[in-house]
Design a protein. Structure first.
Length: 145
């Protein structure tokens, strides 16, 4: 971690929030335990994780018919059944995009159902930020004791 610093943290957080399963929380906790700047860690982890989710959103948004319909027809049909629900309550899915496995599916559904980008950006960022804020606060309190 010390060799790659914040660039490494950004990359790990980006990859972990795309369709590749990886736990960024362990790396964020490690950065805090090693004494890296708390605020910078929070911002970089949030930024990287948000961009990773937005890459999944973009895949859903633009790759809807190209990738999903062609290779995952069953999932494509299921996702489109929830179009009205996603358009109305998509912010909930965006906020909970930090959840393992299901978070990626929620973000993909937002993209496929053409949920407004700016709303997705705001709520995904809010969810990621709050998750890391709680994690960093908990780790900091644990290290103080």
């Amino acid at each position: 971690m010390e060799n790659y610093g914040f660039v490494g943290l950004f990359i790990i957080c980006f990859i972990s929030s795309s369709l590749y399963p990886l736990s960024s929380e362990a790396f964020v906790a490690g950065f805090i335990a090693l004494g890296f700047d708390t605020f910078a860690t929070l911002l970089i982890a949030t930024f990287g994780n948000t961009l990773g989710s937005l890459s999944t959103y973009v895949i859903g948004y633009f790759g809807d018919k190209i990738l999903l319909k062609k290779y995952f027809a069953n999932a494509y049909n299921k996702i489109h059944k929830y179009n009205t629900f996603v358009r109305k309550y998509g912010f909930i899915g965006a906020i909970f995009s930090f959840l393992p496995i299901i978070g990626d599916i929620l973000v993909l559904a937002l993209g496929v159902n053409k949920y407004p980008f700016y709303k997705a950006l705001i709520f995904i960022t809010l969810g990621k930020f709050m998750r890391y804020l709680v994690l960093i606060y908990g780790i900091s309190k644990f290290l103080e004791s």
